[in-house]
Design a binder for this molecule. Structure first.
Ligand SMILES: NC(=O)c1ccc[n+]([C@@H]2O[C@H](COP(=O)([O-])OP(=O)(O)OC[C@H]3O[C@@H](n4cnc5c(N)ncnc54)[C@H](OP(=O)(O)O)[C@@H]3O)[C@@H](O)[C@H]2O)c1
Length: 302
């Protein structure tokens, strides 16, 4: 791996830039400027979702950023996500037809003809899950998305797709960092050739989602360990954020750091001038604490 444009393979036709820019919790006031600044800083992969309620302003930032940098649509990898509904929240699961309509609506809000990856955001569709997956296969066949996947799916949700004899997802976007390593799920995904995409890589930092009202289920123990990677980061002459993100890409996971701070935006992309030594990777492998904490409102993998 070298350079910020390092990519991983998603399927035979699609590769995904190893570092994407996350857009959750970016307000509509900030999104256009933040996304165009991210493209100017060198990001070539943007992660969005209809659930983030900022697709129009993210789309405006994409358009502005591409234009300012003299880039074309094909130079950028864009991920969008279906909000599948959630009966537990009184929100009926989307049918197959509604899934197609939702993708069309996202494309229209983003101002794009296609996305590079379309994901089912969570396995909340219950008895509609397979119908939603069939709709994603249709969306891929019609060229509205180049690749398709899921997010927050566990082994049993993935088995449901294989038991139905359907093509498996290209990717599963899940919370992955040294405190939530999910080895069983990753083995299962590897057996089905499903690429992991890591979200919330920066959970162990004391600066992770500190603004009031931002979703977080970090325990008091985790909050007290806010500088757990300080010594190791110092050894490599990088920030703790860079160490955590490098851990992801060195394991072969695309990562999706979000920052509104221009210095952090730049440093989060600068991951390819150092390598974490095997002994430190082995030490980090012992730090797993189990489930993730990014969905304070409930474990999405259940
Ligand atoms: N599929 C899913 O269910 C799901 C769930 C969660 C997230 N995601 C995706 O993954 C993306 C990233 O996850 P995330 O937003 O949870 O968190 P993240 O990128 O892991 O962390 C963001 C937090 O860390 C801070 N930060 C960023 N860079 C930093 C640095 N270099 N040094 C210190 N602090 C830094 C940010 O504050 P500042 O902005 O102030 O820098 C923010 O509070 C999301 O935006 C979204 O696109 C997907």
């Amino acid at each position: 791996m070298s350079g910020q444009q390092t990519t991983f393979t998603l399927n035979s036709d699609t590769s995904i830039p190893a570092v994407g820019f996350g857009t959750y919790l970016i307000s509509n006031d900030d999104a256009e400027t933040a996304i165009s600044a991210a493209i100017a800083a060198g990001y070539r992969h943007i992660d969005t979702a209809s659930g983030y309620r900022n697709e129009e302003t993210v789309g405006a930032g994409v358009s502005k950023g591409l234009q300012a940098e003299g880039l074309s649509r094909a130079d950028l990898f864009v991920t969008a996500k279906l909000w599948p509904g959630n009966p537990a929240w009184g929100d009926a699961p989307k049918t197959g037809a509604q899934t197609i309509e939702e993708c069309d609506a996202s494309l229209s809000r983003l101002g794009l003809d296609y996305v590079d990856l379309y994901l089912i955001h969570a396995p909340y569709g219950d008895d509609m899950r397979l119908e939603q997956w069939r709709a994603l296969l249709e969306l891929q066949a019609s060229g509205k998305t180049r690749s398709i996947g899921v997010s927050n799916f566990n082994e049993s949700h993935l088995d449901e797709i294989s038991a139905a004899g359907l093509p498996m997802p290209d990717a599963n976007q899940i919370e992955l960092h040294p405190w939530s390593q999910k080895p069983g799920l990753l083995d299962h995904m590897a057996r089905h050739n499903i690429a992991p995409i890591a979200y919330s890589s920066l959970v162990p930092l004391s600066t992770w989602r500190t603004e009031p009202g931002q979703d977080s289920a970090k325990t008091d123990d985790m909050k007290a360990d806010g500088a757990a990677f300080k010594d190791m980061a110092q050894k490599y002459g990088v920030s703790e954020a860079q160490l955590l993100l490098r851990w992801g890409v060195q394991n072969g996971y695309a990562v999706l750091p979000k920052s509104l701070n221009p210095d952090r935006m730049a440093q989060n992309l600068d991951l390819f001038t150092f390598t974490i030594e095997d002994a430190d990777m082995a030490h980090m492998a012992t730090m797993d604490r189990g489930d993730g904490v990014a969905w304070a409102s409930g474990d999405p993998s259940k």
